[in-house]
Design a protein around this ligand. Structure first.
Ligand code: 5GP
Length: 198
């Protein structure tokens, strides 16, 4: 199978991180690790959750054109390393990016074949509850993230699929199903079709 690029976005608190980590390990997924200037939260590990870099380091990487996409989110920079994604796709992997809406739309412009999935909590009340209970941010930051969530939700129609994360196992199941169905599209099986034509 040819590789595939799957992008998962959704408001802070939608549970993207948890869902992405539980995707079916048998399905050839490769999770891209982003570079960010945000300081690590408690328990986050450099090279596992993110590559944590200074603003100067980030700018250098950007100037060297090593990002597939990059965006600013709540005053911090985030970017996807281009090489990793290209290498994994050429090895036939399903590369998963967990990135914000601005980054997702940048990638879709360059690769129309990218599959955009928007992950939502079941209700706005539940989103607020998750952000407050997550306890990783100050109250002001939480309020900013809630505002940002409302902005992001307005762009939902630009996405190919909407997945409701009422329970992690249901959301994981939906995403695995989307990937399965996408992999069966004739446009993704060009090599196979060509060999029948010859
Ligand atoms: P957090 O600070 O909560 O880890 O991430 C904040 C937002 O940045 C989330 O919406 C997350 O998906 C997004 N994000 C993480 N990495 C990247 C990236 O490489 N590019 C873009 N555009 N957004 C990212």
């Amino acid at each position: 199978m040819r590789g595939m690029l799957v992008i998962i976005s959704g408001p802070s608190g939608s549970g993207k991180g948890t869902v992405v980590k539980r995707l079916d390990p048998k399905k050839n997924y490769a999770l891209s690790i982003s570079i960010t200037t945000r300081p690590p939260r408690n328990g986050e590990v450099d090279g596992k959750d993110y590559f944590f870099r200074t603003k100067e380091e980030f700018i250098k990487i950007r100037e060297n054109n090593q990002f597939l996409e990059h965006a600013v989110y709540m005053d911090y920079y985030y970017g996807t390393p281009r090489n990793y994604v290209q290498n994994q796709i050429s090895e036939g992997k399903v590369v998963v990016l967990e990135i914000d809406v601005n980054g997702a739309l940048q990638v879709k412009k360059k690769f129309s074949e990218a599959v955009l999935i928007f992950l939502m909590p079941p209700t706005i009340d539940e989103l607020n509850r998750r952000l407050i209970h997550r306890n990783t941010e100050e109250l002001g930051v939480i309020e900013d993230r809630i505002k940002r969530a409302h902005e992001e939700i307005k762009l939902i129609n630009k996405y190919d699929y909407l997945v409701i994360n009422d329970e992690v196992k249901n959301a994981v199941h939906d995403i695995n199903t989307i990937v399965e169905a996408e992999s069966l599209k004739p446009s993704r099986c060009k090599d196979l079709i060509k060999c029948f034509e010859e």
